[in-house]
Design a protein. Structure first.
Lengths: 237, 182
């Protein structure tokens, strides 16, 4: 039981099928998985391996064809769409490959947006966003729009936006996929810091082994199944 | 024979100032970011040869005991070092990994065993990359040129391991797509 208390993500016999024309594609094929609080899990696999679908199932963006998905002790398959929206808003920060910042808003406004959507007063939302931007070294860029920022800066803004609600979980889908290797490293170090410094549980989907090496657990997927689940963290090199 | 630059590493270190034998091991580790498991024996056997070739000289400092011996770069050693630093770009690393040979033999004998080898080797490489990455994250505690140099060496080690990993993925895909008897 003590392990279950620490578990933030639980998948039990999860299957996800899609219909493509006349054929049924099994994107996730019977996955069992438990992720504990404060883990940094990297999920690797080729495109079509089911890794992104897995992330969508864990975040309640898609419902499984069979099996159960629990997040922070709640069975996502039993929640309504409105409840799922709230879970995503309050419990999960999302970071994407193409940053997904709103182009007409400044960095500060982008970061404050989730708070405004959660009806936090503008003044407080912007103060929190400003503080967060300062902690990741972007105070001087607060008034810049995304097209005035480098890729690495945009991704840092996106991470600040993902964290402004202070969610316990951070999900990243190819967060370095659109960055040069030096900016990518900065993003990975920032994610690592969010794990070690702020206790976030991080799930990162990537096809890049160098990025995956920042996690302390590596899961590889093929044909919808987990083919490797290895603790890579620890003191031994 | 691929050149192991122990000799030239030592020449370079002694180019800074004369050193005790035991200092050379520490300095060599700093130079190679601690990624090169060189033992003291290799240092001393190389120094033996360098003494014989007149590249270094051995002087006794005042006092007594083994650790009073100081190695110094000779003019001939300084010339050798300068010539080496000036030399044309090096050849690419040779493909001489034990895994290549093992896999090469297994391909014909037993596809299943070859796939098993690939899977277990990939696991090792992933663990290696995670370990190197932890070292890289830990660099935050160091400062100055040592940190910079060590960071670059860790990048090199990571990229080489990644290349090995990618190669194994290709091997696996090709084996699963029909293999050697296709």
């Amino acid at each position: 039981m003590s392990e279950d208390v620490k578990a933030v993500v639980g998948l039990s016999h999860v299957v996800k099928e899609f219909r493509r024309g006349d054929t049924v594609v099994r994107a996730v094929d019977g996955v069992d998985l438990t992720i504990g609080r404060g883990e940094f899990v990297a999920i690797m696999g080729k495109s079509g391996s089911g890794k992104s679908t897995l992330l969508h199932l864990i975040s309640g963006l898609q419902q499984p064809t069979a099996g159960t998905v629990t997040l922070l002790g709640r069975d996502l398959t039993r929640l309504t769409d409105d409840q799922l929206t709230l879970v995503r808003r309050d419990q999960i920060g999302f970071v994407f490959q193409f940053f997904n910042l709103l182009p007409t808003l400044t960095a500060l406004e982008n970061v404050a947006l989730p708070l405004l959507l959660a009806r936090v007063k503008t003044q407080e939302a912007e103060a929190r966003a400003r503080h967060l931007l300062a902690t990741i070294g972007l105070a001087s860029r607060a008034g810049h729009k995304p097209d005035e920022l480098s890729g690495g800066q945009m991704q840092r803004v996106a991470i600040a936006r993902a964290l402004v609600n202070d969610p316990p979980l951070l999900f990243a889908d190819e967060p370095t996929g659109n960055l040069d290797s030096v900016s990518g490293e900065e993003i990975l170090l920032l994610l690592k810091e969010m794990q070690t410094g702020r206790g976030k549980t991080i799930l990162m989907v990537t096809h890049d082994a160098k990025a995956a090496a920042y996690g302390d657990r590596l899961i590889t997927m093929r044909d919808g199944r987990i083919t490797m689940d290895e603790r890579t963290g620890g003191s031994a090199a | 024979m691929h050149h192991l630059p122990v000799k030239h590493g030592i020449l370079g270190i002694l180019g800074g100032r004369p050193r005790h034998g035991y200092e050379l091991k520490t300095e060599f580790d700093l130079l190679t970011g601690g990624l090169w498991d060189l033992n003291v024996g290799q240092i001393y056997s190389t120094l033996e040869r360098m003494l014989k070739d007149g590249l270094v000289s051995l002087e006794e400092e005042a006092g007594s005991g083994e650790d009073r011996k100081v190695y110094r770069l000779t003019d001939s050693g300084a010339g050798e070092l300068a010539a080496w630093l000036d030399r044309l770009p090096l050849k690419a690393r040779p493909m001489r990994d034990e895994v290549f040979v093992r896999l090469g033999l297994l391909l014909e004998r037993d596809t299943g065993a070859a796939l098993d080898l690939i899977a277990s080797q990939r696991r090792i490489y992933h663990l290696q990359m995670a370990g190197l990455t932890r070292q890289k994250i830990g660099l935050g505690r160091l400062t100055g040129p040592d940190r910079f140099r060590r960071g670059l060496l860790l990048d090199a080690a990571l990229l080489h391991t990644e290349a090995d990993l990618k190669w194994l993925e290709i091997c696996e895909a090709k084996l699963q797509g029909g293999g050697i008897r296709e």
